[in-house]
Design a protein around this ligand. Structure first.
Ligand SMILES: [Zn+2]
Ligand SMILES: [Zn+2]
Length: 271
């Protein structure tokens, strides 16, 4: 793998992608772009984006309660202008392979509104501020969630909440990933998408007591992190964390709140 980005290199790539995108889509009142100039700007945009994703840090986010293997994924710890945080996956990139029990990654993110970047290429939906569970997911066969805390260098912290099971589960029964609003699943030999709209639960104590929500201490220097649980007599540090229990949406330096998932069948699947 290519050298991991430094903060300075990451900031330069994020800036370059933001500027090229503004240049290639200059808005309805600007003179029309020469088509070749559009290609040149787009090529440079995708070069910057590709370099960014290839060289983002890969971080230990969790560990499997069944086999103990660490879950390693790309992560941008430098802030919400990073394309990693964007609602749309604008290109594909390689992630380290998870263990066989990994089912889906969800997450929560605490943030300081005064520190939000104003130049954001894409809307960001980083989840609510405190950790939560999706009770419907925990009702699927042998599902266990594991929460951890990822420090960020600007903003944060972020809380990856990872679901594992030792039983196969149809992709359509799972959930769109952290930061995304589309759940892709195979159907009739094609990829289709839907959107899980299941209510969230922030009262974590009962799930912790039932060992259905476990946790890792990513700062503890364990490799892989030890998956901790209440029945071992440990106290979960993720219960009762402060913050907005809202579906956050970040855009242009401001935060707003979207309607909370309420279990209703969402557009466009209700017609
Ligand atoms: Zn061209
Ligand atoms: Zn596993």
């Amino acid at each position: 793998m290519a050298d991991e980005l430094t903060q300075k290199e990451r900031d330069a790539l994020v800036r370059r992608a933001f500027e090229r995108n503004g240049q290639r889509f200059p808005g309805p009142n600007a003179p029309a772009l020469d088509p070749h100039e559009f290609h040149r700007l787009s090529d440079d945009f995708y070069l910057a984006v590709g370099d960014y994703f290839d060289r983002l840090p890969r971080r230990v986010m969790s560990a499997c309660p069944y086999c103990g293997e660490a879950l390693v994924r790309s992560f941008d710890p430098w802030g919400f202008d990073g394309l990693w945080w964007g609602l749309d996956a604008i290109c594909t990139w390689d992630e380290p392979s998870p263990c066989d029990h990994f089912r889906v990654l969800l997450g929560a993110t605490r943030l300081n509104e005064d520190e939000l970047p104003t130049d954001m290429l894409m809307e960001v939906q980083p989840g609510p501020e405190p950790p939560f569970v999706v009770p419907r997911l925990l009702g699927l066969p042998n599902m266990i969630a594991v929460v951890g805390e990822l420090k960020m260098l600007r903003g944060g912290p972020a809380y990856p909440i990872v679901y594992y099971s030792d039983t196969e589960i149809e992709p359509i029964q799972l959930h769109q990933e952290w930061r995304r609003n589309m759940l892709w699943f195979p159907k009739d030999g094609e990829s289709q998408w839907t959107y899980a709209n299941d209510p969230w639960d922030f009262e974590l104590e009962p799930y912790v007591q039932a060992d259905q929500l476990r946790w890792v201490l990513l700062d503890a220097g364990e490799d892989p992190p030890l998956v901790r649980k209440a029945s071992d007599g440990e106290t979960c540090p993720f219960i009762g964390l402060p913050g907005e229990r809202e579906k956050q949406c970040l855009s242009g330096g401001a935060r707003s709140f979207l309607p909370m998932p309420d279990g209703s069948v969402p557009w466009p699947f209700d017609d």
